[in-house]
Design a protein around this ligand. Structure first.
Ligand code: SF4
Ligand code: F3S
Ligand code: FES
Length: 238
């Protein structure tokens, strides 16, 4: 029984360790936590006091680094942004879907980053900026403000059924990051990016399912960004 002001939380965790068993299995751990603790704190308590073999990624613990995206009660979220009081007395935790699981909650992010790299996620401008920085009006800056907020957590891409079923689709996170540069008035590689996204692995694989928008912990309008990029590809506008 939890002490005063505390709650019991049972974590049902999907485990995987190819060195121990060929298939995944479920394990349950019950810990005591403060209601305002994050789920990440609860996972730490399991790892530090009950089973040191539990593996997970995390770094900042404040919703910035994007490393602790996981499937929490069937929805993608950052464990550091979910409060114990919102899931107690029981929560199910699994690795994000659509990427190979390496161990427990850790997936191989390389296919995700390959999609990200494919859209040239950097500013391209060979012209001489002169003795001042390249200037931009507030309106020009606002055009791509939403998509600058991406933290590359992969919650969107790994919630997308098209991505699960098709290893070729670059996925919503890559398109969000293409949007960030395609609509940047200082960038000169928009047409190149749009040509990449017009290919069969690109934007037209999206079936407007909206899972990505629901999953984004940064509140980015992911599906809207994808629609804007689709229109830019169709009308060759960058
Ligand atoms: Fe994560 Fe949102 Fe970026 Fe997708 S768009 S990687 S969900 S921050
Ligand atoms: Fe997938 Fe999002 Fe499109 S979930 S189908 S990328 S709207
Ligand atoms: Fe950095 Fe959660 S640990 S976003």
């Amino acid at each position: 029984m939890a002490g005063p002001g505390m709650v019991d939380l049972t974590l049902r965790i999907r485990r995987f360790n190819p060195d121990v068993r060929p298939d995944p299995w479920w394990e349950e751990h019950t810990i005591e936590a403060e209601p305002n603790d994050r789920l990440l704190d609860a996972l730490h308590r399991v790892k530090w006091y009950q089973d040191g073999t539990l593996s997970l990624r995390r770094s900042c613990a404040h919703g910035i680094c994007g490393s602790d995206a996981m499937l929490i009660n069937g929805r993608n979220a950052l464990a550091c942004k979910v409060l114990v009081k919102d899931v107690a007395p029981r929560v199910t935790v699994e690795p994000i879907r659509g990427l190979p699981v390496l161990k427990d909650l850790i997936v191989d992010m390389e296919p995700f980053f390959a999609g990200y790299r494919s859209i040239l996620p950097f500013l391209v401008n060979e012209s001489d900026p002169g003795d001042r920085e390249r200037r931009q009006s507030p309106e020009e800056r606002a055009r791509f403000d939403d998509t600058t907020k991406c933290i590359l957590c992969a919650a969107c891409t790994t919630s997308c059924p098209i991505f699960w079923g098709d290893g070729e689709y670059v996925g919503p996170a890559a398109i969000v990051n293409a949007h960030r540069f395609v609509f940047d008035s200082r960038d000169q590689a928009g047409k190149e990016r749009l040509a990449i996204l017009a290919e069969k692995s690109g934007v037209f694989r999206c079936r407007t399912t909206f899972n990505c928008t629901e999953a984004c912990p940064r509140g980015i309008k992911v599906t809207q960004a994808i629609q804007e990029v689709k229109r830019a590809v169709l009308f060759n506008r960058a």
